[in-house]
Design a protein around this ligand. Sequence first.
Ligand SMILES: [Zn+2]
Length: 267
Amino acid sequence: MLQPGGELAGGRVPRHFRQLPCAVIPGPWPGRHLAGLPLTVLSRRCLEEEPFVEIVPYPHPALRWKAKPVSQIDAALRSTVREMFDLMYEARGIGLAATQVALPIRLFVVNPTADPDETEEEFVFINPEIVRRKGQVVGEEGCLSLPGLYGDVTRAEEVVIEAFDLDGQGFEMKLDDLAARVVQHETDHLDGILFTDRMRQEGTSERVDLKLPKFVSVYEQARRDGLVSSDESIKARIDEMVRSGRIPEDYADCDTYRGSFPSLSEA
Ligand SMILES: [Zn+2]
């Protein structure tokens, strides 16, 4: 059982993650897409399945949520994590945050090889916190919520991150290169921050800003066509998580997922 705000035990550092060669950068980061909407959304809907999670594209409001700490690790959370890995592989990504599948919890998954057979490279970060940053480096990023869009972002060159794994075990990792970039990108997601926001802060977003309205119009059409979850189904999913104790009860009254889509106009 994980308690919010509890002390991290620290100590265990998965060896493989630390030894990542930077050569695994598959730049530009791949992402299958059709008119800006991830195929994962379309294909699952075409099969008339009701997946528990799906990758939500920009400008879905979930991408602006500030996620809450995970309060409990159970079988349901483990199966959600498995689904997140599967969606990430389908979309040929190397990292996926819970807010990207419209879950308001502080959790992300990473496999820097993007290869589902490389299970030893799968890492789950629960309630992650970047506790140290060192140096600065510019590198290209992409995002499964903005398929096909890439841009240079300045990140810390080295980070130390603390988190819990799926066994509820606290760990600490010192990361650099691609791994450091991925965990900074994914941690940002848990605070509702996209890489395009970082570019805007740096004054380098002119090119990506021109492309965002296209994502907005594709998204609006997808909502009209029922290809993106309704507010009601997202709320039902969150209520279920509150009922099962996986996220704090006060989240049921949180306004962040209610109403409609204030971020539509921000592009
Ligand atoms: Zn992203």
